[in-house]
Design a protein around this ligand. Sequence first.
Ligand code: EPU
Length: 328
Amino acid sequence: MISLKPFNSFGVESFAKEMIQIQKEEDLIEVNYNEGYRILGEGSNILLTQNQAVIILKNEIKGIQILQENDAYAYVKVGGGESWHSIVLWALQHNLGGIENLSLIPGSVGAAPVQNIGAYGVELKDVMVELNGFHIPDRAFLKFTNPSCHFGYRTSIFKTELKQNFFINSIVLKLTKKHVLQLNYGTILDELNALKIDNPKIQDVSKAIINIRNSKLPNPAILGNAGSFFKNTSISRKEFNALKLQFPQMPGYSENDEFVKVPSGWLIDQCGWKGRRKGDVGSYEKQALVLVNFGNASGFEILDFAMDIITSVKNRFGIELTPEVNIW
Ligand code: EPU
């Protein structure tokens, strides 16, 4: 038995049968999958609600390698067991752009495509060109192109059809040498102004993003959490227009002609959950979408709190929230 407490950013207790560290691709061939298994990166997007009577396969495949480069781009292969933010820092040191807006996102590189990590107007799908991994049921090493990953908002084929069946060994990122900055989202420009930077470089954008994240999101090393607990919610334009009559302040971002995305953080906040605490579980005081563990909450207690939020938002707005975090 092994405690998973140090291996999940919520810091909840849960025991697994065994943990195997996968350090190279060949290690995957030797595992006895018949005993049951689960794939774990850095545990920053899971909620453990029970013990795991399975083998945990921990992705520890490391490595950063420039495969190919020209005047405009560098193609960089990165091991699935690397820390995402360390790759962002490496790219900034090498003056390679495209992922600066994804600074400080917790978690491993292997987990990044699973939920198509995104922040401040950029998603992994905008920069990832190839993915390599191991299909466990077929015991086969496979290569995916970007379109074959079926990326969507916080989702991919690895979170749907291939859920827990595919171990991500490496990804290839297409990074820029002639940078195109994405500064339109939220408060990036305000933060750059506050830093007195008017001709920003990718390193400055990263600094601004880090400041914004630190001002809104709790550091999991200090306060257990898994980032946004729920996804933002897509509703029909018709439903949005009807709600807007009742709640004129309700924000919404147009996705296309038919759908509008409503920030779940706003809905939760409006229901009075922001900063509210029950035992050792709470909704973060600066961002209602983030649930936190103040110390000794169990995964089940966090789930219970989340269910109460879902019910309350449903009763007030008729909108059903969906968890973004994986529930084990
Ligand atoms: N809002 C409130 N009250 C709150 C929280 C938010 O009124 O307690 C309102 C804000 O005022 C704003 C809107 O909701 O009008 C959106 O808030 P914010 O810009 O903080 O972003 P978000 O939509 O809540 C998403 C991602 C974050 C990502 C940020 C920035 C999801 C589920 N979350 O949050 O990603 O960092 O945008 O791009 O899409 C994560 O996935 O773990 C994560 C942190």
